[in-house]
Design a protein around this ligand. Structure first.
Ligand code: NOJ
Length: 554
C-alpha cells in the first residue's frame, strides 16, 4: 500500500497561469496557453503541477485575494478551460494541486461586502471584528514596511476588522462552523473537477484563534484533522501541502502524531539553512535542520524548495547567519524585502554560475522529501528588481527569442519580460536550451529523471556521514536494503574526502556514479578517495557495478 503514496516521490512544478503562456494575445497567460505547454512539462519530467490562485480576484496580491472560490478569473479563461486543462494533465499522468487561500478573502468578496453592510447578516460572523482598535493591532504584521497594522477601521461596518496580511484581505473567522463548512465545500468542488489536492496558504494563521482579545498565537490543530478527513473521504489519494513556516518542535502538531493531519508541509527550516550553507560553505546548521525535521510519520512528506514566488524568508536564521546570506546573495537594499528576505530568483543570486546552480539543484533533488521547483528555474531565469516587492521574481516565462520571449503576441505583457543581459529572453529561453544538450534545461531534465529512479530519497531513512569538513555534505539513504549516497562540496575550491562503505559485503563496496561514468572504487584498505571539484556533487548507489541490473523490485 505504501507505494501508492504518490506524493512521497513526486516532482512538483509551481506556476501561475498568468505568467506562463498567453494564447489569446491579451498580454496575460491563460489556461489555453498552459495547455499548449503541457507536453513541455511532461517532457521535463514533472509529475504534479501546483497552480497558484487563478480564481476571480482584483489581483492586488497576485490572486491571493479571492472574490469567488468557485470560478476562474476571466483573464485566465473559463471554468471549461480549467476542466480541459485538468483533463490534459490526467492524460499525461500529471497531477494538479491548486492553492487553497482560505485564511482571508478579498475585501471585494460578496461575503465581506454583505458582512460590512449589515451587522445582522449571517456573513457578519464570517469575519473578525472589534468595536475598538485592539491594543496590539500594530503587532504581527506579515509585510513590514508595506503593511502597518493587522486591524483597520471599516467605515461601512463602523467597526474594526482583522487582516493578518494586507488591509484588502480581511481574515475569515475560521472558527465559525459555517466558514469551515464552506472551506470543505470549496475543496469538494475542485476535487470533483479533478485536482489531487491543495497547497494550503498560510496554515498557521488559518488555524490560529482570531479576535481582539487574542494576544499570543493559539493553534486549533483539530481543524487540520477535519480538513484531512473530508479530503480522504472524498478522494482517497488527495493531499494537503501546507505553507507553514513553523519551528520543528511543532511539526508533529501539523502532521499529526499518527499522520492524521497534513500530508505535506514545505520545509522552511531546511530552505533557510540550505541558503546559509550555500552562502557560507558551512553545512552544520543545515544538518541540524535536517535532523530536527526528520521525525515525521511514515505517510507524511516534506516539500523541499529553493525559491518560491515569495521572498526568500531568512527569519529563522541567527543574525550572523542571515547577514552571511544577505552579503552573498542580496547585498543591496533593493534586493531585500520586509527586513527578513531576498526577493531575487535563484540564478542571479548565484551570479549565473552553472556549477553552483547545479549544486543547488542537486541538493534540492536529494533532500529528504519531494522537490518543488518554480517555473523558469529550469532555464535559469533572472529577476527584475525594478518591479515592486515580490513581483521581481514573477516575470513571464521565457519561451523563445521571439518578441516578449514568445510569452505573448501582445505589445503589453502584464509584467515586462526580462530583456536585459545576462538573463534577458534573448539569451535565456526554453527553445534555445532544448536544442543545446548541455543546457541547464537538459541537465535539469536528466537529473529529474534520475531523481525518479531513486525512490530511496522519498521513502528512506537518511543519515549524515562525517566528511571531515563542514564544507562537504555526505548523506546516505537506506530503504528496503538499497543504499544511495550523495556527496556535495559547497566550497569554492576542490575538496577530497575519504570514507569507507561500511555494512556493504566485500566486493560490493564500489560506489556507482548515477550521473556519470566516474565511479569510485575502494583502495586496498577499503577506503574511497573522492575528489570533488569546486561545487562538485556525486550521486552514488552503493553496491557492485552490476547492481543496477540486479535491482528488480523496490
Ligand atoms: C502566502 C503566499 O505565498 C503569499 O504570496 C501571499 O501574499 C500570502 N500568503 C497571503 O495570501
Amino acid at each position: 500500500m505504501i507505494n501508492d503514496l504518490w506524493y512521497k516521490n513526486a516532482i512538483i512544478y509551481c506556476l501561475s497561469v498568468g505568467s506562463f503562456m498567453d494564447a489569446n494575445g491579451d498580454g496575460v497567460g491563460d489556461f489555453p496557453g498552459l495547455m499548449r505547454r503541457l507536453d513541455y512539462l511532461q517532457g521535463l519530467g514533472v509529475t504534479a503541477i501546483w497552480l497558484m490562485p487563478f480564481q476571480p480576484s482584483p489581483m492586488r496580491d497576485d490572486g491571493y485575494d479571492i472574490t469567488d472560490y468557485y470560478g476562474v478569473d476571466p483573464r485566465y479563461g473559463t471554468l471549461g478551460d480549467f476542466v480541459e486543462f485538468a483533463h490534459g494533465c490526467k492524460q499525461r499522468g500529471i497531477r494538479v494541486l491548486i492553492d487553497l487561500v482560505v485564511n482571508h478573502t478579498s475585501d471585494q468578496h460578496p461575503w465581506f461586502q454583505e458582512a460590512r453592510r449589515d451587522a445582522q447578516s449571517p456573513y457578519r460572523d464570517w469575519y473578525v471584528w472589534a468595536e475598538q482598535k485592539p491594543p496590539k493591532a500594530d503587532l504581527g504584521v506579515v509585510f513590514p514596511g508595506v503593511q502597518s497594522s493587522t486591524w483597520d477601521h471599516d467605515d461601512v461596518a463602523k467597526a474594526w476588522y482583522f487582516h493578518r496580511f494586507y488591509d484588502f484581505q480581511p481574515d475569515l473567522n475560521t472558527a465559525n462552523p459555517h466558514v469551515q463548512a464552506e472551506i470543505l465545500k470549496i475543496m469538494g468542488f475542485w476535487l470533483q473537477l479533478g485536482v489531487s489536492g491543495f497547497r494550503m496558504d498560510a496554515v498557521p494563521f488559518v488555524i490560529a484563534k482570531k479576535g481582539a482579545d487574542q494576544t499570543d498565537p493559539v493553534e486549533q490543530y483539530d481543524m487540520l484533522r477535519l480538513f484531512r478527513e473530508f479530503l480522504q473521504w472524498r478522494e482517497g489519494d488527495a493531499i494537503i501541502l501546507a505553507e507553514a513556516n513553523v519551528l520543528p518542535a511543532t511539526d508533529l502538531d501539523y502532521f499529526g502524531n499518527d499522520g492524521d493531519r497534513l500530508h505535506m508541509m514545505f520545509n522552511f527550516q531546511v530552505n533557510q539553512t540550505l541558503f546559509y550553507a550555500l552562502a557560507a560553505a558551512d553545512v552544520r546548521p543545515l544538518v541540524k535542520a535536517l535532523e530536527a525535521t526528520s521525525g515525521k510519520p511514515a505517510t507524511a512528506q516534506w516539500g523541499n524548495f529553493l525559491r518560491n514566488h515569495d521572498e526568500l524568508d531568512l527569519g529563522r536564521l541567527s543574525k550572523k547567519q542571515r547577514k552571511a546570506v544577505f552579503d552573498a546573495f542580496g547585498p543591496e537594499p533593493g534586493m531585500q524585502l520586509y527586513g527578513r528576505g531576498i526577493r531575487r530568483r535563484l540564478a542571479p543570486m548565484l551570479q549565473g554560475c552553472r556549477a553552483r546552480l547545479e549544486l543547488a539543484y542537486s541538493l534540492l533533488m536529494t533532500l529528504p522529501g519531494t522537490p518543488v521547483i518554480r517555473y523558469g528555474d529550469e532555464i535559469g531565469m533572472g529577476d527584475d528588481l525594478s518591479l515592486p516587492e515580490r513581483n521581481a521574481a514573477r516575470t513571464p516565462m521565457q519561451w523563445s527569442s521571439e518578441p516578449h520571449g514568445g510569452f505573448t503576441k501582445s505589445d503589453k505583457p502584464f509584467l515586462p519580460v526580462i530583456d536585459q543581459a545576462p538573463f534577458g529572453f534573448q539569451h535565456v529561453n526554453a527553445a534555445q536550451q532544448r536544442r543545446d544538450p548541455n543546457s541547464i534545461l537538459n541537465w535539469t531534465e536528466r537529473v529529474m529523471r534520475m531523481r525518479k529512479e531513486v525512490p530511496e530519497i522519498g521513502w528512506g531513512r537518511f543519515e549524515v556521514l562525517p566528511s571531515g569538513t563542514p564544507q562537504v555534505l555526505v548523506r546516505r539513504y537506506e530503504w528496503r536494503n538499497n543504499t544511495v549516497m550523495f556527496v556535495h562540496n559547497l566550497a569554492a575550491s576542490p575538496r577530497e574526502i575519504r570514507l569507507k562503505v561500511k555494512r556493504a559485503a566485500p566486493g560490493e563496496q564500489d560506489l556507482v556514479n548515477l550521473l556519470s561514468d566516474d565511479h569510485s572504487y575502494p583502495d586496498k584498505t577499503g577506503e574511497h578517495h573522492i575528489r570533488l571539484e569546486t561545487y562538485g556533487y556525486r550521486w552514488y548507489r552503493v553496491g557492485g557495478l552490476d547492481y543496477l541490473l540486479k535491482r528488480t523490485d523496490v
